[in-house]
Design a binder for this molecule. Structure first.
Ligand SMILES: [Zn+2]
Length: 95
């Protein structure tokens, strides 16, 4: 397998930050949705702030642990055998 031996240590991505990112994204979408439904922009502004924070977490904390490329969709549970788009290594979560 490519990369084995050169880097046999399994590095893992933080589940904690994956969950934080998903939570922020869900809350942001919910607020934006409520704003659209109620026809008021008041909840949309913090909604987009939360979405921005979710993207920020994704870009800073959820990178490929091997090559630090922008990695993958955060998962709440499980390890779906996600591969890094760049270095093609499997990305595992720490728990
Ligand atoms: Zn990678």
């Amino acid at each position: 397998m490519r990369g084995e031996g050169r880097d046999a240590v399994v590095r893992k991505m933080s589940r904690k930050w994956a969950r934080i990112s998903i939570s922020l994204m869900t809350a942001g979408l919910l607020l934006a949705f409520v704003g659209v439904m109620a026809d008021t922009y008041m909840p949309i502004v913090p909604g987009f702030a939360l979405l921005g924070a979710a993207v920020g977490v994704k870009l800073t904390k959820l990178r490929c642990p091997y090559c630090t490329a922008f990695a993958t969709t955060p998962q709440w549970f499980g390890n779906d055998n996600k591969k890094c788009r760049k270095c093609k290594r499997f990305i595992q979560y720490d728990y």
